[in-house]
Write a protein that binds this ligand. Structure first.
Ligand SMILES: NC(=O)c1ccc[n+]([C@@H]2O[C@H](COP(=O)([O-])OP(=O)(O)OC[C@H]3O[C@@H](n4cnc5c(N)ncnc54)[C@H](O)[C@@H]3O)[C@@H](O)[C@H]2O)c1
Ligand SMILES: [Zn+2]
Length: 358
């Protein structure tokens, strides 16, 4: 078992990582929150695997608990779905002290967290992320949101959970391509903060993809530690937290320009990571090995890194519409080597166009 304390003053909490912890999740949660009225929010795919075990465990620990299973996907991460969920909270007569337990992937966690943040101006919630991406990224850091037809994650706020419980065993039922998607984020942490972690991933990739418990615990622990550390320094993204967007600026533009249909998030981010590395090389900030080592790991992960076939000018225009663009300036997170990135506001448009056209 591994624990990480996320130090955010009165909003601090622990991340607990271990195999099999769903079996006594009731006990673990009751150490953080005294038993009370609670709702487990999950989705129709996760529920058959893990709904009952979490429900039984919380009931045994004297929580007055009900389970709500939503039909959910990225398209349903909406205010309408949040409203449906508020209805369930009223039905269960939840009050300001009641607890929401979010059991599922990032879509579920973002939605349930948003509902927890807004129901009666905020009620306690805990995260039990069940995808690799949710375990290393979305469940930590307190960003909760729903999508709007005009943009992803545009309606949301910062709202920290009371605790995060990561059971590495839940990854056994996750489709392979979801593991790959999560691995791109894991690599991101290696790139932004720790060369030794990047080496670990490279060396143990086979074990990781075989879902070996120890290897999973190691990569999840290191990823969460890095994310937690960055969030501690900059909870509401005024500065340094932006490094977590490594590869995401161009990645988001590729996703948006293709209406989120052509690329999976992980593929788009992987391509984004390579593009910014090429930008860094063009600006003499990084050398060729930085590109090659990432490319080689992506290939081992089975990502194809296809050409975009998009007009570089369209990509650049899209970059200006990113919600993270400040005062019309494009902000890039550029690698200087494996394990270090810098935030740079002075990449010329011509450099971006050249790299995209390469
Ligand atoms: N809040 C943040 O900081 C943050 C960060 C990154 C991403 N996100 C958000 O996360 C979302 C993506 O999350 P995701 O990648 O987890 O996708 P997801 O939540 O859509 O889950 C992927 C699929 O796997 C299923 N699933 C989940 N756990 C499973 C398990 N253990 N076994 C079998 N199937 C399982 C889900 O039902 C879903 O069909 C996006 O909406 C994105 O905006 C948020
Ligand atoms: Zn991402």
């Amino acid at each position: 078992m591994k624990e990480i304390f996320v130090d955010l003053g009165k909003d601090s909490y622990n991340i607990t990582i271990d195999k099999g912890i769903l079996n006594n999740i009731g006990t673990l949660i009751s150490k953080v929150i005294t038993p009370r009225k609670a709702i487990i929010v999950t989705d129709k795919i996760v529920e058959p695997h893990y709904g009952k075990i979490v429900l039984d465990s919380l009931s045994e620990c004297k929580f007055d608990v009900k389970l709500v299973s939503l039909a959910l996907g990225e398209e349903q991460k909406t205010l309408a779905k949040a409203e449906e969920l508020y209805g369930h909270l009223f039905d269960h007569e939840m009050d300001r002290k009641s607890l929401i337990v979010a059991l599922g992937g990032g879509v579920l966690g973002d939605l349930a967290g948003f509902v927890a943040a807004t129901f009666m101006r905020g009620i306690p919630f805990v995260q039990i992320p069940t995808t690799l991406l949710a375990q290393v990224d979305s469940s930590i850091g307190g960003k909760v949101a729903v999508n709007h037809p005009r943009g992803k994650n545009m309606i949301g706020c910062f709202y920290q959970p009371k605790a995060v419980f990561i059971d590495t065993d839940t990854l056994q039922t996750l489709p392979k391509e979801e593991i790959t998607a999560g691995m791109v984020e894991v690599m991101k942490y290696g790139m932004i903060k720790e060369a030794a972690f990047f080496e670990y991933i490279d060396k143990h990739l086979t074990k990781i993809l075989e879902l070996d418990s120890d290897a999973l615990e190691e990569i999840i622990y290191n990823s969460c530690k890095t994310k937690a550390h960055v969030v501690e320094l900059d909870e509401t993204e005024q500065g340094i937290r932006a490094i977590l967007n490594y590869g995401h600026t161009i990645g988001h533009a590729l996703e948006a320009l293709t209406s989120y249909k052509k690329y999976r998030h992980g593929d788009a981010v992987a391509m984004g990571m390579i593009y910014v590395s090429k930008i860094a090389r063009a600006m003499n900030l990084a050398d060729e090995t930085v590109i090659k080592r990432q490319e080689s790991l992506f290939l081992k992960l089975g990502l194809s890194l296809k050409d975009t076939e998009l007009d570089p000018h369209d990509i650049v225009s899209k970059l200006y519409q990113d919600k993270k663009t400040i005062a019309g300036k494009l902000r890039f997170v550029l690698p200087t080597r494996i394990g270090n990135v810098i935030i740079n506001d002075s990449v010329s448009e011509q450099t971006i166009l050249n790299v995209l056209a390469e």
